[in-house]
Design a protein around this ligand. Structure first.
Ligand code: FE
Ligand code: CA
Length: 522
């Protein structure tokens, strides 16, 4: 690893354990050694069923020289045993990357082993590509070719980049409505990356009461709150069967942090919010984290070791931007019993190690924009919102001090199922101290159904002078960074329950000039 470590320390250790073990690396579905002299061949291993690419393709963990590619073989994605209709055998998957959509100019290819132990998902990392270049990729298994995906490699290290655009999304309660917002996001002209900030799935049982997605039906296996590895795998398959989500993944590289529903509502660290005994909940965390890895385009460093895993990541977009992806769920202290506990100085939401890691990344950054992504709202809203950073005021003061060290800090957040934009107070206790950066909170893709502009409790938010936007409809945020400014466009759709045809509207657009932590209506 380079000295400007992009991941928190725990995963560096895990990566060291893995490196050199080439057989293990192939077995984990991450073999990226491009055997350039070896022609692509037919299926190896089990005789392959048809329709294996029903869950689409994805790419992630972008770097200047490559990315991680992902697919999960599932000819029957909704098979109730969670195995996606695959035989419990290994299948060799070939992948290739080209600079043109017709794959005339193949610049890398290789193979990875899809195996039942990892839900027949593969995560090969492609290396050796040219920076700042659009690439196309596809997989082959048996006689089948996958859909084509694309990603753009990041600009070379330190290179000035003219612009970089990304989509910000969260909260995909599939059963609450259609992924119309994803349909529009996939059609954005300008899209280098998609940032998922949590609640990629929900664990709740899907019943007549909460199935608002008209035209959808689900079988018995979906009716209970999920708990086992097979159930989590099936839940990811259900959500990922959505064609618009697949289109977004095929359109651009994705990075993801999780929030609570990837495991269970409002859990804190090792503790369930519903009183599940700690040993039982540890098992649940382990299988949930593993299913997250299996289903996302993550680097192998995010492969869980039991309940111990590391989804933090960091990368630079030339000299334009530094991204740091935070885990605001796994290491947090329990819900406070009272105000005294809430305000304790030693209370943490990121954990000590991650606090140090992000502080170092912010202090050492020379990028124009410094973006953090996390699961829960940072700016002060309501003392009673203890699941957000409001529940961890001392930790927030420490993070704000770290953010103040970097130029143009931006927090990217989801969780609340509302669009919110805020200028982050430099000192929450002193309104005269002004702002130090901005927070962009994306509404949900589907959670809470159709919604309405004034859904929820708008006054709880807009009573704060530093909150500049509130909207309770579904949508996403599109962000464009240049050396001069950040332009954030908050998109909404008026309905999602009836069908996926709602047109998108621009709800608000803000300009944030570099050096000026403001949200200026544009
Ligand atoms: Fe949510
Ligand atoms: Ca949440």
């Amino acid at each position: 690893m380079p000295s400007t470590a992009t991941r928190a320390p725990v995963s560096r250790r895990r990566l060291l354990q893995l490196s050199g073990a080439s057989a293990a690396v192939i077995a984990l579905g991450i073999d990226a050694r491009s055997a350039r002299s070896e022609p692509p061949s037919e299926l190896e291993g089990a005789a392959a069923p048809e329709g294996m690419f029903s869950l689409g393709v994805a790419s992630g963990a972008p770097r200047p020289d490559g990315a991680v590619l992902w697919t999960r073989l599932a000819p029957e994605p909704l098979a109730e045993d969670g195995h996606g209709g695959m035989p419990l055998k290994e299948v060799t998957v070939r992948w290739e990357v080209a600079t043109d959509e017709e794959f005339r100019g193949i610049v890398a290819h290789g193979r990875a082993l899809a195996q039942p132990a990892l839900a027949h998902a593969v995560h090969p990392r492609v290396e050796g590509l040219d920076p700042g270049t659009e690439h196309f990729y596809r997989f082959r298994a048996g006689r089948e070719l996958s859909p084509v995906g694309r990603f753009r490699t990041l600009p070379a290290e330190g290179e000035p980049a003219e612009s970089f655009s990304f989509g910000l999304v969260s909260c995909q309660a599939w059963y609450h409505g259609h992924f119309t917002a994803h349909r529009h996001l996939a059609a954005e002209e300008d899209l280098d990356l998609v940032v998922f900030v949590g609640d990629y799935i929900y664990e709740y049982g899907i019943t007549e009461t909460n199935l608002w997605r008209q035209g959808a039906e689900v079988g018995e296996a979906h009716r209970v709150e999920i708990e086992t590895l097979e159930q989590y795998r099936l839940r990811y398959a259900l959500f990922k069967s959505d064609p618009h989500l697949q289109a977004v993944h095929a359109r651009a590289a994705a990075v993801a942090v999780w929030d609570d529903h990837e495991v269970q509502n409002n859990y804190t660290g090792a503790l369930s919010d519903t009183g599940i005994p700690e040993d039982d909940f540890a098992h649940r965390i382990a299988v949930a984290y593993r299913a997250f890895y299996e289903n996302m385009p993550l680097d192998v460093a995010a492969l869980p070791d039991g309940t111990d895993t590391d989804i933090t990541d960091g990368f630079d977009v030339g000299s334009l931007a530094r991204f740091s992806l935070l885990d605001s769920r796994q290491f947090r202290d329990a819900k406070p019993a009272d105000a005294a506990e809430q305000h304790r100085e030693d209370r943490t939401i990121l954990g000590t190690e991650q606090e140090e890691w992000v502080g170092e990344r912010l202090a050492s950054s020379t990028a124009t924009w410094n973006l953090l992504a996390n699961g829960v709202v940072l700016v002060p809203i309501d003392e009673a919102s203890t699941d957000m950073w409001d529940g961890y005021p001392a930790a927030r003061r420490r993070l704000l001090a770290q953010m103040a060290e970097a130029s143009n800090p931006v927090m990217l957040t989801g969780d609340i199922h509302k669009h919110v934009a805020a200028e982050i107070p430099a000192d929450p206790d002193d309104p005269a101290a002004g702002a130090l950066g901005v927070e962009l909170v994306c509404t949900s893709i589907a959670s809470d159904g159709d919604g309405a502009a004034d859904a929820g409790t708008p006054e709880t938010w807009t009573r704060h002078e530093y909150v500049k936007l509130y909207d309770g409809r579904r949508g996403y945020v599109h962000v464009r960074l240049t050396p001069q400014e950040m332009v954030s466009s908050f998109r909404v759709v008026d309905w999602i329950e009836a069908d996926d045809t709602a047109p998108e509207q621009l709800r608000a657009r803000f300009t944030t000039p570099a050096g000026e932590p403001r949200l200026i209506p544009a």
